[in-house]
Design a protein around this ligand. Structure first.
Ligand code: UDP
Length: 367
């Protein structure tokens, strides 16, 4: 018997491989009352799919990952677009050449555009912390502007830390982009599962060899369980009873609201680096282009994760946290029959496609 803790993407993909390839039984233990982890979505009374745990736009450059998922879902061809409200003006994100023309008068914008293209080349992506180091008066002005207006406030709200207190890879996820391409991602494959993420996950688990027990906390039953191999996708510190201390994760609180208007905002995701306690507002009908006379949005409020009180969403990537994680990882490596996979178990800021790639790799190498 293979035992999997957690029915998010990593757990469900490994379950699918064990059932369909090895033809062995799998039991998945899930604490929540639904499957699919944080990509869970559901249809509201207006027929709009709501992403309960925040906006998820699928994107990947991996043909292997795309082909794998395409066995379980068709795709609505959606390309994510995001804008940030800066000084009351909506600017495209990642901050790009169009954003420069939105933010500055035309002569200054043209000068900054030329400087960027001369210094880095067209179609290049420059992380903000790199751009800030560049020794040029005009680009210093630009990078300070972007840093102050787009990154600092948002990052302080999102993580409770400034960009410098996090690994630079965090803010490098949204680099300054020397381009006119307003899409949030440039990956080759992009889309939203046409019947929602939950339906896709249900299709992945669709094998009688896979059993799922919902509303079941692994902690409460762990002494009774027998297994050949355990795949654990929860928080790694909890697995080891916090013996090296509590790892910091970041949590979110969503306040959904339905409005009796066709559209609340002009695109799926609007970011608010300044002025509000929420970081972003997501309008869900855009993801599948759902036609409805009403609309549902959710306001996203970051918060501290507290075990048992709210849900962990993100590891907080920096040295202090990683050093503690390494201690847990060393403990994990001593256990031959337990495999730790996923954002929470590997303390890694994986995207959805990276999770699939990781789960497939684990299956190919360990089983
Ligand atoms: N970020 C920011 N301002 C924005 C968007 C992103 O400062 O308007 C920074 C922030 O630190 C954020 C990180 O870039 O946590 C990564 O953003 P992404 O959109 O990838 O976050 P996710 O969708 O994973 O929450």
């Amino acid at each position: 018997m293979y035992l999997i803790i957690g029915s998010g993407l990593s757990g469900i993909v490994i379950a699918e491989r064990i059932a369909n390839v090895l033809k062995k039984e799998v039991l998945i233990i899930e604490k929540r009352n639904h499957i699919a982890g944080n990509i869970y979505d559901f249809k509201d009374e207006n027929g709009i799919f709501i992403h309960k745990y925040g906006p998820h736009a699928f994107h990947t450059n991996s043909k292997k990952v795309w082909d794998y998922l395409s066995r379980f879902t068709g795709w609505y061809p959606y390309f994510h677009k995001v804008r940030a409200v800066v000084d009351g003006i909506e600017v495209p994100l990642p901050f790009n050449l169009n954003s420069i023309y939105k933010a500055f008068p035309p002569t200054l914008a043209a000068k900054l555009e030329a400087k960027l293209i001369d210094s880095f080349g067209y179609n290049e992506k420059i992380p903000i912390l790199k751009l800030k180091e560049f020794d040029d008066k005009d680009l210093q002005f630009l990078s300070n502007y972007i840093y102050e207006k787009v990154f600092l406030g948002y990052t302080l709200k999102q993580w409770g830390l400034s960009p410098e207190k996090l690994y630079s890879s965090v803010t490098a996820r949204v680099p300054v982009y020397i381009s006119r391409d307003d899409r949030y991602f440039q990956d080759k494959y992009q889309g939203i599962p046409e019947n929602g993420y939950t339906a896709m996950v249900e299709n992945i688990r669709d094998n009688p060899l896979i059993k799922i027990e919902l509303n079941t906390d692994y902690k409460d039953i762990k002494n009774k369980l027998k297994f050949e191999k355990l795949i654990y996708t929860g928080c790694i510190d909890e697995f080891f009873d916090f013996k090296f201390g509590e790892l910091c994760y970041r949590s979110l609180n969503f306040k959904p609201k339905t409005y009796d208007v066709e559209f609340f905002q002009s695109l799926a995701q609007m970011n608010y680096p300044e002025n509000h306690d929420y970081t972003r507002v997501t309008e869900y009908k855009y993801f599948l282009n759902t036609q409805a006379s009403a609309t549902t949005v959710s306001f996203e409020y970051p918060q501290k994760y507290e075990t048992g009180k709210n849900d962990p969403y993100y590891p907080i990537p920096n040295d202090d946290n990683n050093n503690m994680y390494i201690k847990y990882k060393e403990e994990a490596e001593k256990l031959d029959d337990v495999i730790f996979v996923g954002r929470l178990a590997e303390y890694k800021y994986y995207n959805m496609d990276q999770i699939i790639a990781r789960a497939l790799e684990v299956f190919e190498t360990v089983f």
